[in-house]
Design a protein around this ligand. Structure first.
Ligand code: GLA
Length: 405
């Protein structure tokens, strides 16, 4: 090769690299590698469903104490997240200020306390000018807030969507995502945009989880309109219905979030809470408890810490389960697991007992295959079955099994 062609080749390589590095494709590839957190759905606790705005540092500390000692930490619960109402104003330099009445020791001290229990610490903010409860939002302060969170030792940010005006969701969430990345601290980014702009289509690589619907309530079903006529206060089965076609979008590091759990908040029966928890596990949903974990009944703790059901949620393959059969009030849902087995929920939405069957061809196995069935709530091996498994399921309940050929 002569000098001229070497020069020409070098120029072509430089040009190619220049174009590649400045192209949106490269930026996107970089973005997808932005954090390697939440390879399985995040597990933790959030203050909103139980305490709403009545949250303070003593509650957060005692919740961290409880999680560290009541079996939840061993079961995998990790993030202690303060939702709305911890913030009150900005200082003269624009830094966010915690409410001195409810958080007198400051957020750094609280984060240190939660970390001292071997847990991780999370906070809440909003992409608009104000949070949903009217506290200062992060709009225009994204990098400054991210910097402050990192200084405080924040490990998880839930980022809401109130008071955002005409802001574009992808832009707003990318801005905070970039700001978090710029801090150099690994921070799980939980997007709370309620599914309005279909975040499952664009948010992989921006957030680690994204809300798919409006807010959950402690009910089986509701669909009650808000006072302003907007839709809706959802029961957990209403939210379940809205997950039906979203399963292809979830995977390690990027999860559909059907909202924080209501298990143990008092509005449902124990079998109803068991059904709610079973589905959140099967949907590979973030398992964020939303009850007062300091004083829960043993049967509620048993639900939240069922290690066999949690293992389905935390399965490393990271598949979200989906519905494979429905007839009236009876349904079958299935989730593929890393070892090739399936977790299956037989779901009775009706009020009286009914037999429900799952056939192997519904879950991707040939019918002639013998398979072992284990009941994940009874913690019992039920034997080997050919072609199908049937069980009687009481009203408003599930039977949840693992099927292993
Ligand atoms: C919105 C969110 C809730 C909660 C409240 C706080 O409604 O969807 O999860 O964070 O705001 O004000």
């Amino acid at each position: 090769m002569n000098l001229k062609s070497i020069r020409a080749l070098s120029f072509a390589v430089a040009l190619f690299l220049g174009v590649l590095l400045s192209s949106p494709l490269w930026a996107q590839a970089q973005q997808l590698e932005r954090n390697s957190l939440a390879q399985t759905p995040p597990m933790g606790w959030n203050s909103w469903n139980k305490f709403a705005c009545k949250i303070d540092e003593d509650i957060v500390k005692s919740v961290a104490d409880a999680i560290a000692t009541n079996g939840m930490k061993e079961a995998g619960y990790q993030y202690v997240v303060i939702d709305d109402c911890w913030q009150i104003s900005r200082d003269e330099n624009g830094f966010i200020v915690a409410d001195p009445k409810t958080f007198p020791s400051g957020i750094k001290a609280l984060a240190d306390y939660v970390h001292s229990k071997g847990l991780k610490f999370g906070l809440y903010s909003d992409a608009g000018t104000k949070t949903c409860a009217g506290r200062p939002g992060s709009q225009g302060h994204e990098y400054q807030d991210a910097l402050q969170y990192a200084r405080w030792g924040v490990d998880y940010l839930k980022y809401d969507w109130c008071n955002t005006g005409t802001r574009n969701a992808e832009e707003a969430y990318s801005t905070m995502s970039n700001a978090l990345l710029a801090t150099g601290r690994p921070i799980v980014f939980s997007m709370c945009e309620w599914g309005t702009a279909k975040p499952w289509l664009w948010a992989k690589g921006i957030g680690n989880l994204w809300r798919t619907t409006g807010d959950i309530s402690d009910k089986w079903s509701s669909m009650k309109k808000w006072p302003d006529g907007g839709c809706c206060e959802y029961g957990w089965t209403d939210i379940l219905d809205l997950q039906v076609n979203l399963y292809p979008y979830a995977g390690p590091g990027h999860w559909n979030d059907p909202d924080m759990m209501e298990v143990g908040n008092g509005g449902m029966t124990v079998p109803e809470y068991r059904a709610h928890f079973s589905f959140w596990a099967l949907l590979a949903a973030p398992l964020i408890a939303g009850n007062d974990v300091r004083s829960m009944q043993p049967e509620i703790k048993e639900i939240l810490t069922n290690s066999e059901v949690i293992a389905i949620n935390q399965d490393p393959l990271g598949r979200e389960g989906h519905r494979v059969w429905k007839e009236g009030d009876l349904e079958v849902w299935s989730k593929q697991l890393n070892d090739g087995s399936r977790s299956v929920i037989l779901f009775n939405r009706g009020t009286s007992e009914n037999e429900i069957s799952v056939s192997w061809d519904q879950i991707g196995y040939p019918n002639h295959l013998p398979a072992k069935v284990r009941d994940l709530w009874a913690h019992k091996d039920l034997g080997s079955f050919d072609g199908k498994y049937s069980a009687k399921v009481p009203g408003h309940s599930v039977v949840m099994v693992k099927i292993t050929p």
